[in-house]
Design a protein around this ligand. Structure first.
Ligand SMILES: Nc1ncnc2c1ncn2[C@@H]1O[C@H](COP(=O)(O)OP(=O)(O)OP(=O)(O)O)[C@@H](O)[C@H]1O
Ligand SMILES: [Mg+2]
Length: 307
């Protein structure tokens, strides 16, 4: 649904985005993660036809993003910028009605459409509120409602949860999942990492304009985790277990905590069963032997070399 091929935008001095390629299938939520200045908004603006690229290509629904296709792209894409202005002296209804007109929605259909987008964003009660009186969370919801007016297949949301309190973030997350469930393809950027893990089907980690990892949260975690993290619960035979571990040079940073042992395994995953077999053969009674998965925050820090 969204495809970019070797996309580059050079702002000089190494700034911009460099040779990005990725593909986001229909009906998925893609989380675009990166520190400030990584190039998230630049990528998003190219996809929406607001910036031109230095080289490479971008496609939405197999339609190449070019000035000639701009009108057709706008029909398919709903874009919510990171900072959007709202027209203060209007009610929510007037604001959305105004944008219905901008999207050439016929006057007769507008009231129904406004109700529909307010329902999708759980904002029906705000219909008569003054836009100026809305909190940040409410403003984001109305911004998203506006983005949905022309019923785009693809939603591109630049930092939709920024500045929101935890409740408003949960609300935003639920709304985004609801939109995915009705078939939208969604790309969203964020700094709030753990939050994305639960929502996104795919994530991409960007730093200094380069895509360092791409895939499902699990895939990225595996790609990135240099050492496997293991933990073993032992019922009896702790000393023998330690002797067994000492025979494996791949076992590092061994820590014992009561009956629990934690270590990093710096070797191929295929060799892990050998450890378990040796433990059992040496009479160690093992209650649990499991791999610990890094969380998204750890992955991000390790990929972007900030740890
Ligand atoms: N119009 C522009 N002219 C020159 N440089 C630009 C322009 N737009 C972006 N940049 C530079 O490109 C880099 C990427 O910026 P971008 O806004 O895409 O990052 P971002 O990941 O969205 O960051 P943030 O998390 O702060 O929103 C930055 O170094 C920025 O200064
Ligand atoms: Mg940005």
């Amino acid at each position: 649904m969204i495809r970019i091929e070797h996309l580059t935008r050079d702002f000089g001095g190494g700034r911009g985005i460099h040779d990005l390629s990725m593909e986001i299938p229909k009906g998925k939520i893609f989380g675009y993660i990166g520190p400030n200045g990584a190039g998230k908004s630049t990528t998003i603006k190219i996809l929406c036809g607001l910036y031109s690229q230095t080289s490479g290509r971008a496609f939405i629904n197999n339609l190449e993003v070019t000035p000639a296709n701009a009108k057709r792209i706008k029909k398919i894409v709903g874009y919510m910028p990171d900072n959007f202005g709202v027209y203060d002296k209007m009610s929510v209804w007037e604001y959305l009605d105004f944008f219905c007109a901008a999207y050439h929605i016929p006057p007769k259909a507008r009231q129904k459409r406004v109700q529909e987008v307010l329902a999708l964003t759980n904002s029906q009660h705000m219909l008569d509120y003054q836009v100026a009186s809305l909190s940040k969370g409410m403003t984001q919801r109305i911004g998203l409602a506006k983005t949905l007016l022309h019923d785009p297949e693809v939603l591109i949301l630049d930092e939709p949860a920024s500045g929101l309190d935890p409740y408003a973030r949960i609300e935003m997350r639920q709304t985004i999942m609801r939109l995915r469930d009705i078939g939208k393809t969604i790309m969203l950027s964020s700094h709030i990492l753990p939050e994305l893990a639960g929502v996104c089907d795919l994530i991409g980690i960007l730093e200094k304009g380069r895509l360092l990892a791409f895939g499902t949260v699990d895939e990225v975690t595996r790609q990135v985790q240099e050492n496997l993290k293991l933990s073993v619960s032992i019922v009896s035979g702790m000393e023998r277990a330690q002797q067994v571990f000492a025979d494996f040079p791949e076992v590092q940073n061994l820590e014992c905590n009561g009956n629990e042992m934690h270590f990093r395994f710096n070797g191929p995953r295929g060799k892990l069963p050998d450890i378990l077999t040796r433990l059992v053969a040496n009479g160690v009674s093992v209650a649990e032997f499991r791999e610990e998965h890094a969380d998204l925050e750890e992955v991000f820090l390790s990929v972007t070399h900030h740890n």
